[in-house]
Ligand binder design. Structure first.
Ligand code: NDP
Length: 282
């Protein structure tokens, strides 16, 4: 390979747990693109300055992770419509001398949903969304864009769920009290866990899915562990499950395209590679 090396990376604080370098470098190697990808620890107090100076460097762009996504939005000269909807950016990229903020989480959330469950199912079933943070907002934006007919939101702190619903203010979106969570999921066809509950080091999500119809779906956005307690509970009751690793990969694909100007390779075993890594580092 000859010519100019395209450089990109991921910024966060802390950043050493990020799977992005592993994934992006795996794709780089498999599509023989002349690029490099690394990680940058950026303190939140310095993040806006660091992001704004990107334009003066040879770095093409950055993935941005916790807790810097809102700061990336603030630092960007322009943002895409998806980033505008969510008010946070998970990708910064240079274009025509400007720093453009993107959000690929909506696209990342939708891809596994459409692949495994299909659009027809989404259009014909009520959905329960658990959570009211950043991931829940991306899931909600995506579900609305897909035309989900009824979305029920529940969150441990009821106030946040109610605020999210009143900010959007559309008739097919309802906030329910956390105390009603076991009942309201019973007649929904899909439950999405967009909370941190069930992650390694956190308590499990306190929700009983046994009342859901067999064959319904649980989509857990968590990817550590690969199989969460919620997914295990769901499988016991003959429900279908999707874990968060596929969203992680799907939200990374558009950023690879932005950084390196080419599609990441399909079907080269990125998921298997990440599973192997996560299992070895449990
Ligand atoms: P936020 O900090 O913005 O939100 C956290 C949410 O989790 C809040 O709704 C919070 O409720 C809820 N929560 C935390 N602990 C509990 C608990 N014990 N019981 C019930 N609810 C709880 O985080 P994000 O939205 O950014 O991330 C949420 C999850 O989504 C994380 O697990 C993250 O790993 C995952 N994620 C996965 C991605 C992927 O690519 N697969 C991408 C982005 C996120 P409250 O408001 O009451 O505090």
């Amino acid at each position: 390979m000859t010519g100019h090396i395209k450089i990109a990376g991921v910024a966060g604080w802390p950043i050493h747990h990020s799977l992005s370098p592993l994934l992006q470098n795996y794709w780089l190697k498999n599509c023989k693109t002349n690029g490099a990808y690394t990680m940058f620890a950026v303190h939140p107090n310095e993040a806006i300055y660091a992001f704004k100076t990107l334009k003066k460097t040879t770095i093409n762009g950055l993935n941005v992770t916790l807790p810097l996504k809102a700061l990336a939005f603030e630092a960007a000269d322009e943002v895409t419509p998806d980033a505008q909807k969510l008010g946070v950016c998970n990708v910064l990229c240079k274009r025509n001398g400007k720093l453009v903020g993107h959000n690929t989480d909506m696209e990342g959330f939708a891809a596994p949903l459409l692949e495994h469950i299909g659009h027809h199912y989404i259009l014909n079933n009520a959905v329960t969304l658990v959570g009211a943070g950043g991931a829940a907002r991306a899931a909600l934006g995506s579900l609305l864009a897909l035309g989900a007919p009824e979305i029920r939101i529940i969150n441990r702190s009821n106030k946040r769920a109610k605020k999210l619903v009143s900010n959007i203010n559309i008739p097919n979106l309802h906030a329910y009290n956390w105390s009603d969570r076991h009942n309201i999921i019973a007649d929904t066809g899909l439950v999405i866990n967009a909370t941190a509950a069930g992650m390694v080091g956190h308590e499990k999500l306190d929700i009983d899915v046994s009342t859901m119809k067999k064959g319904s779906w649980i989509y857990d956005l968590i990817y550590t562990p690969l199989e969460t307690p919620l997914m295990k509970q769901a499988q016991k009751h003959s429900l279908n499950t999707i874990g968060g690793l596929e969203m992680l990969i799907a939200q990374a694909r558009p950023s690879f395209r932005l950084f390196y100007g080419t599609e990441p390779p399909n079907n080269v075993g990125a998921k298997e590679m990440l599973i192997k890594h996560l299992q070895a580092n449990k």
